[in-house]
Design a binder for this molecule. Structure first.
Ligand code: F6R
Length: 614
């Protein structure tokens, strides 16, 4: 989704803004732009396509005067919502042709049509189809020499969400930033301030950052930062340290971020469970949940909400909670939850899962559940993100930055943390200390299981080579392996563009089997555990219809190996933890198929890293 960078300080702004934009490319975008300010003027360069094209425009500009002297600027990568991904719709947008005011914006101005009609009636003309230009023109119309004041007035007329950085020609060196539902981070350097929608754009310059709250607006003049609310009350926001290093956001010698992130999983999971597992007491220590044993005992249902990969992780929680805690658990697609008028109340714990912490539907589900009096916990990777703040309580994943659009390490960390939540609830109910110890030990063993799978990459490549030419494929599994099938199919389709569908293995006979023939491979989750024998029978049914088969099997299981055409092995482990190694095997399978097919793995077409619109 869209990305924002802004700079004011002692250094020349253009190279900093361009490198910030490159660090935001992973979010997915289709046009980009930069505006630079000097004492007398603001100039814009915008382009449909990649950041490199804006860079070329700037470098080939015959008038380098502003470029080589400007110390203040704003920049943006746009993922089209209102209007196609054209140069004219790209940000920054200006308030008039002069221009007095220029701004970049993430989010959606819902009442932009009404505002646009009103501004047109006042004689203003619009160049683009965007909601953002409406905001720029509105701010411009209210500007009387004070950008903070004009933007405050404009935002008080706006319905919707925004993360904004604005500049005014008459106020050189000044940036005004604001947020509602779309993040803004202010990075504080010794002689400069860098603002961004995402810490990855500022981390190479400073780790000291202020995260704005919703409805905050701030005027930044060099290193002076004046924060207010949109009702003009002065507020102070604590600075905190960004807890990952710049290297964490680099490829580190891997061909793609996705591969790097797949291989980071043993460490990422160790970070997610570090200090949170007490094998001796057979329990999990999850202080972020902030629930006393008595309060936990009073919770009668776990309701998990999320989207995409995070939703698939939630399904694992449903199985584990029912299995081990004897407690009702449900997982629900966040968009459905928010519009379905769900029955939730004070005895429900709603766990909102989100890597980015910014997914619009998950955020709305959190707000809806809050409204209805449920307890909310966020299970989020990005520190300080909107869902983490809105939830109030929760557990950070500590997976480190996930740059590849296709989620990998976030999923395995989510599953590991969800298993810890299940352990905690189980121990607050009927689970004995002995069973708790086994469960805790099984969670602590997950990183080593993943290491085992990563060692088999060469074997997985051989299988991927056999399957890269197919255009369709099924994934099947039962019980804990059903969410793995869903996640396997999601990964394959998003990065290789192969049409992949996941079914509960029992569902095959209820329709999908009609599609089976020699062109429809079936990937079956066949590792040992409850339901495996039945899935094996389904594999025989697939083979009888000429479908090529791959089995994810337990190491050394010769019977499973002989029932499929190709096998990918994972180490023996309990079914509930085998979700993680089985998923990692399928991540590698998908990755190598996409690589063989020459796909854009880290930034698949049409996808964005965080989906901040409905
Ligand atoms: C798939 C993927 C998406 C996200 C989904 C939710 O690889 O990345 O399906 O899982 O958009 O995103 P978060 O977890 O940030 O809420």
């Amino acid at each position: 989704m869209c990305g924002i960078v802004g700079y004011t300080g002692k250094r020349i702004a253009a190279p900093l803004l361009l490198s910030g934009l490159r660090r935001l490319e992973y979010r997915g975008y289709d046009s980009a732009g930069i505006a630079l300010a000097t004492e007398h003027a603001i100039r814009l360069w915008k382009k449909e396509g990649k950041v490199s094209e804006v860079k070329n425009e700037i470098e080939s500009d015959p008038d380098q005067s502003i470029i080589s002297t400007s110390h203040t600027g704003i920049a943006h990568t746009r993922w089209a919502t209102h209007g196609p991904p054209t140069t004219v719709n790209a940000h920054p947008h200006k308030g008039n042709s002069d221009p007095k005011v220029v701004l970049v914006h993430n989010g959606i101005i819902e009442n932009y049509r009404v505002l646009r009609t009103k501004l047109e009636a006042e004689g203003r003309t619009f160049l683009s189809e965007t909601d953002t230009e409406v905001l720029a023109q509105l701010t411009d119309s209210l500007y009387q020499g004070d950008l903070l004041d004009a933007l405050t007035k404009a935002l008080n007329q706006v319905e919707g969400t925004f993360g904004i950085v604005a500049m005014a020609t008459a106020e050189p060196g000044v940036l005004v930033v604001a947020r509602r539902g779309s993040p803004i981070v202010i990075g504080i350097g010794p002689e400069e301030t860098i603002v961004a929608s995402d810490a990855s754009a500022i981390i190479t310059h400073t780790r000291n950052a202020i995260y704005l709250d919703d409805n905050d607006i701030a005027k930044i003049n060099g290193v002076e930062i004046d924060i207010r609310t949109l009702t003009s009350a002065r507020v102070s926001r604590e600075a905190s340290e960004i807890d990952w290093s710049p290297e964490a956001a680099e490829k580190g010698g891997y061909e793609h971020y996705m591969l790097k992130e797949i291989f980071e999983q043993p460490d990422a999971i160790r970070n997610a469970i570090r200090g949170r597992i007490d094998v001796d007491k057979g329990n999990a220590i999850l202080s972020g949940l902030n629930l006393e044993p008595r309060e936990m005992a009073e919770i009668s249902r776990l309701l998990v909400v999320g989207c995409g990969t995070s939703l698939n992780a939630g399904l694992v929680a449903e199985y584990a909670t029912e299995d081990f805690c004897g407690m009702h658990a449900e997982v629900e697609q966040a968009a459905e939850f928010r519009y379905r008028n769900p029955i939730v109340g004070s005895k429900d714990l709603v766990v909102a899962i989100s890597q980015s912490g910014e997914t619009a539907d998950t955020l709305a589900a959190v707000c809806e559940a809050k409204e209805k009096g449920a307890l909310i916990a966020g299970l989020v990777n990005v520190v300080g993100s909107t869902i983490a703040r809105e939830a109030g309580r929760g557990i950070y994943l500590h997976a480190g930055p996930e740059i590849s659009v296709a989620s990998t390490k976030a999923f395995t960390c989510q599953v590991s943390v969800l298993l810890m939540i299940a352990l905690k609830f189980a121990r607050s109910r009927r689970m004995s200390i002995e069973s708790g110890r086994c469960f805790a030990k099984a969670i602590a063993d997950i990183p080593a299981l993943v290491e085992e799978v990563l060692k088999t990459e060469d074997e997985i490549i051989k299988v991927a080579e056999k399957f890269a030419q197919y255009d369709h494929c099924f994934f099947i599994g039962r019980g804990y392996m059903f969410p793995v099938a869903l996640e396997g199919a999601l990964k394959l389709k998003e990065i290789s563009y192969i049409h992949a569908e996941a079914y509960h293995a029992a569902e095959l006979k209820h329709g999908p089997i009609a599609l089976l023939d020699e062109n429809m491979p079936v990937i079956a989750l066949l590792n040992q555990g409850p339901g495996m024998e039945k899935t094996m029978s389904n594999v025989h049914e697939c083979k009888a219809r000429s479908a090529p088969t791959v089995g994810v099997i337990t190491q050394g299981d010769e019977e499973a190996r002989s029932s499929v055409d190709y096998a990918i092995e994972i180490p023996a482990c309990p079914m509930h933890t085998s979700v993680v190694p089985a998923t990692v095997a399928l991540q590698l399978f998908s990755y190598h198929i996409a690589r063989i097919r020459g796909c854009s793995i880290d930034q698949p077409r049409n996808l964005a890293k965080s989906v901040t619109v409905e």
